[in-house]
Design a protein around this ligand. Structure first.
Ligand code: PEP
Ligand code: MN
Length: 361
């Protein structure tokens, strides 16, 4: 008899589960209808006051045996599930996501198709110090058949008393170099207010590690039609890095290069810790090209070559490194920039490495 009773009760539980299931779905459909009306009116779908009202109504009518807390928890989940259904596509899947766009995004700069399989190289001084200093590096870059040069005119330094860069004067030097040597210029912009005048002087907007979450700058760069080289923040997770790129693309600019430049860890042997596995992760998660900056990630000249090899071997679309005609007297990053003869040797060895693995540059 008690066995029969148990079966009967289980049948009721099954029936109740199905009833709850159908009610939850019916509720979701009604909420969806509301969502459509709200969309037409242009109002936010989530309304905290309305949610409070619904919870209060449940509280007034709740008689147990479940606790008030349990009921609130269950209903909050039901509310959330219906809201989730209405989330727009960009919330479910980011614009930078490979799920949203399976094909690689190619960034075209000065005849280079970045992200098309062959590594691109961006060399140049840490900071623009003078026309002669940049020209010496530009000549060496040009002689290698390379098409891009980097150099900071606005330097985000740890100390306000350190060299801050030549500013607009530096951008003018870069433009001059660009014309004379046929090189595209990559240079860091630190504030949206500099962007307008910078656009006449540079070919790629670099957004530095310290500004990776300067959302106004990201949005402003996203509203331009210049390619953006976005560096990973000093302590940014990959997810935060991807979302920073989403800020740019959400404003219409998909010409974005992600640049892994090391993250801060407890390790003291290198300036930062090069997160090499971030490269394939970013390539899997997004459709954007990914570079590795071997200078700022290591802070050590002796590690530039092995890390550049690692970057290429793991599938990076490009490598960035700093070169200065006389690193010992550089106004910034004196310990880690390569001299021109060191640059020659670095590049030649890297070329041999790539040939031995049949990687074309
Ligand atoms: C730079 O590339 O000039 C620079 C300052 O690097 P980061 O923003 O990665 O520190
Ligand atoms: Mn530097």
């Amino acid at each position: 008899m008690s066995h029969q009773n148990l079966d009967h009760l289980r049948d009721r539980v099954d029936a109740l589960n199905l009833e709850i299931l159908s009610l939850i779905n019916e509720r979701a459909e009604v909420v969806q209808e509301i969502g459509k009306i709200k969309e037409k009116q242009g109002v936010n779908r989530y309304d905290p006051l309305r949610e409070r009202h619904m919870l209060n109504l449940l509280k007034e009518n709740h008689e147990g045996p479940l606790s008030q807390g349990t009921i609130e928890h269950i209903f909050k989940e039901i509310f959330k599930s219906a809201l989730k259904l209405q989330e727009t596509d960009h919330k479910k899947e980011l614009l930078v996501s490979r799920k949203r766009k399976p094909e690689d995004t190619i960034v075209n700069i000065n005849g280079e198709a970045i992200g098309s399989g062959e590594p691109t190289f961006v060399f140049g001084p840490c900071a623009v110090e003078s026309y002669e200093q940049v020209a010496a590096v530009a000549e060496s870059i040009q002689s290698k058949g390379l098409k891009m040069i980097r150099g900071g005119a606005y330097k985000p330094r740890t100390s306000p008393y350190d060299f801050q860069g030549l500013g607009l004067e530096g951008l003018k030097i870069l433009k001059q170099i660009s014309k004379e040597f046929g090189l595209a210029v990559v240079s860091e912009i630190v504030t949206p207010s500099h962007l307008d005048e910078a656009l006449d002087h540079i070919d790629v907007i670099q957004i530095g590690a310290r500004n990776m979450q300067n959302f106004e700058l990201l949005k402003a760069a996203g509203a331009t039609n210049k390619p953006v080289l976005l560096k990973r923040g000093l302590a940014a997770t990959i997810d935060e890095f991807i979302n920073a790129a989403e800020y740019i693309i959400s404003k219409g600019n998909d010409q974005i290069i992600l640049c892994e430049r090391g993250i801060r860890t407890y390790e003291k042997a290198t300036r930062n810790t090069l997160d090499i596995s971030a490269v394939p992760i970013l390539k899997q998660e997004t459709h954007l090209p990914v570079f590795v900056d071997v200078t700022h990630s290591t802070g050590r000249r002796d590690l530039l070559l092995p890390c550049a090899k690692a970057a290429i071997a793991i599938g990076a679309d490009g490598v960035m490194a700093e070169v200065h005609p006389d690193p010992a007297v550089a106004l910034s990053d004196a310990q880690q920039q390569m001299s021109i003869p060191q640059f020659d040797e670095f590049y030649e060895t890297l070329q041999k490495f790539m040939k031995s693995y049949e990687i074309q540059a």
